[in-house]
Ligand binder design. Structure first.
Ligand SMILES: [Fe+2]
Length: 502
């Protein structure tokens, strides 16, 4: 039967649909994108799904009618011990996505969940609330940069085997365009130009079996980076950016989006794991001042187009990467931290990287180097923190890095924290971008490790006295049988500056 006829027929019955008489079907035809959870606190979690009949049709082929979705949450994987159930509206205005913010849960506890609609049932997902009080250890991963055209997201197969408590995704969850050599095709070559374009792109990504399996088994915390949305905070791009953010929200287990206020999406949130760690997840995209200044003086051949020596405007004290409101909240959170580890998660690297080109000194990696005053304020907040060892986690560069901010040679750019940069799930790291980094390591004594040849992720094992991070390199992402190995293992001892190789 044609999907539209099926829906028209069954919608007539919706008025008499009375929960909790479950209309359980055997198919998951309206749930081809799977399920997900995330943004957990000690007592809550966000459950996500999106109803889709046809991935490539506008509004997922479901037209302009809202659908009712029932959900249930249980303490066991067989869904026998159900502790909460309810109904949610899958609004066509939000692409028939469903976000259920379940409250009143126990801390540090695993739960399982599923959705029902139109006689169909989703796969069963697992989620886990954050712990409180004395927390002896946590395990989690940082990932970023999954380009569909460059390979499978097979890294998630290994992440699942590593069995972390949760995933911190540092952005570039989708790619607007491809680059370099490609392995599988996007839904279209050109960058998305509308809400429906962005929906299709997200839906395509969610069909990757490894990504979908990871979402079903592991809760995620996620931030946006340049390929998810728009590079710059440019008013001329606000409509397009609003479409990108809406589609992003529609496909992510997150809170905080309000339809009709597209440029006030406050994603910033704090991961609190008892006395062990806090992680401030930063939004470095929505509220930043314009990045590309002094365009006349830019040499596009040099990295990511920052050349601050010739650009006085980049050096202005008032310049912000995070926006004033986020800066204020972040510094308060850092200063008032009580946990052992005081962590900042930024899409792009916070610490600087200098390269020498033709005898001239350039800032290279283009992230916080374009906002030095903001980085100084961040460094000051870390300096002023009541407690906790500061660490920075970042991604964006499709390569593995380990850096010690205490060793930055230029005093104005020092940040009293170690930084671990995870590589990409699948996105390539072109040689022309990698080469200037490899050639300038001696100029950057704070970088103790750089490898631009490997895909992968970071696996963090945290206790009160030690932060151990395994650099998990995944072989050829175009192969389902790609293997994983530790290319490096580093440790930071609580209260001691520096990174120790293990
Ligand atoms: Fe990326």
């Amino acid at each position: 039967m044609h999907r539209r006829h099926f829906l028209a027929g069954s919608l007539a019955g919706l008025a008499s649909y009375s929960w909790p008489k479950w209309a359980i079907g055997k198919k998951n035809g309206l749930f081809p994108l799977g399920v997900a959870s995330g943004d957990m606190t000690s007592g809550s979690t966000v459950l996500w799904t999106r109803l889709v009949a046809d991935l490539m049709q506008d509004n997922g082929g479901l037209g302009e009618t809202d659908l009712k979705v029932a959900w249930e949450l249980a303490r066991d994987p067989k869904m026998k011990d159900v502790v909460q159930r309810g109904e949610a509206n899958a609004s066509h205005m939000l692409g028939h996505s469903v976000h259920v913010d379940v409250q009143g849960l126990l801390p540090g506890t695993e739960y399982w969940y599923r959705f029902y609609t139109e006689g169909e049932v989703s796969t069963i997902g697992r989620t886990r609330t954050l712990p409180v009080g004395n927390v002896p250890s946590m395990r989690f991963v940082t990932t970023s940069c999954q380009n569909y055209t460059h390979g499978y997201f097979v890294a998630y197969k290994h992440i699942l085997e590593d069995d972390p408590d949760f995933v911190v995704h540092l952005g570039d969850y989708i790619y607007d365009t491809s680059f370099g050599e490609t392995f599988r095709r996007h839904d279209r070559e050109e960058a998305p130009r509308s809400l429906e374009d962005f929906r299709r792109r997200h839906a395509l990504y969610k069909t990757d079996r490894y990504l979908q399996a990871a979402h079903a088994r592991l809760p995620f915390f996620t931030v946006i980076d340049n390929h998810d949305a728009i590079e710059d905070n440019n008013p001329e791009q606000y409509d397009l950016r609003a479409a990108a953010y809406q589609a992003w929200y529609e496909h992510m287990p997150v809170r905080g989006y309000r339809l009709g206020s597209p440029n006030e999406f406050h994603l910033v949130r704090l991961i609190n794991a008892g006395d062990l760690l806090q992680i401030n997840m930063l939004d470095t995209r929505q509220f930043r001042d314009k990045r590309d200044l002094c365009l006349d003086n830019l040499d596009k051949a040099v990295g990511f187009s920052n050349y601050r020596e010739r650009c006085g405007a980049l050096l202005e004290e008032g310049r912000t990467m995070l926006g004033q409101e986020q800066e204020k909240a972040l510094y308060q959170s850092i200063r008032e931290n009580r946990a052992q580890w005081n962590v900042i998660a930024s899409s792009g690297p916070v610490l600087p990287y200098r390269v020498d080109v033709g005898g001239e000194d350039f800032g290279y990696i283009g992230s916080w180097d374009a906002y030095p005053a903001n980085r100084r304020r961040l460094a000051q907040a870390i300096q002023d923190a009541d407690a906790g060892h500061a660490l920075i986690l970042s991604g964006d560069l499709h390569s593995f890095w380990a850096m010690d901010g205490h060793k930055v040679t230029d005093t104005a750019d020092k940040v009293p924290a170690e930084e671990f940069v995870s590589s990409s799930i699948s996105a390539n790291w072109p040689q022309p971008l990698s080469e200037p980094i490899a050639q300038n390591l001696a100029k950057n004594p704070h970088v103790s490790y750089y490898d631009g040849t490997k895909r992968g992720y970071l696996l963090h094992d945290v206790t009160a006295s030690s932060w151990r991070v395994r650099y998990r390199a995944v072989g050829d992402a175009t192969r389902h049988d790609a293997k994983v190995e530790d290319t490096k293992v580093f440790e930071v001892i609580h209260g001691q500056q520096g990174i120790i190789e293990r």
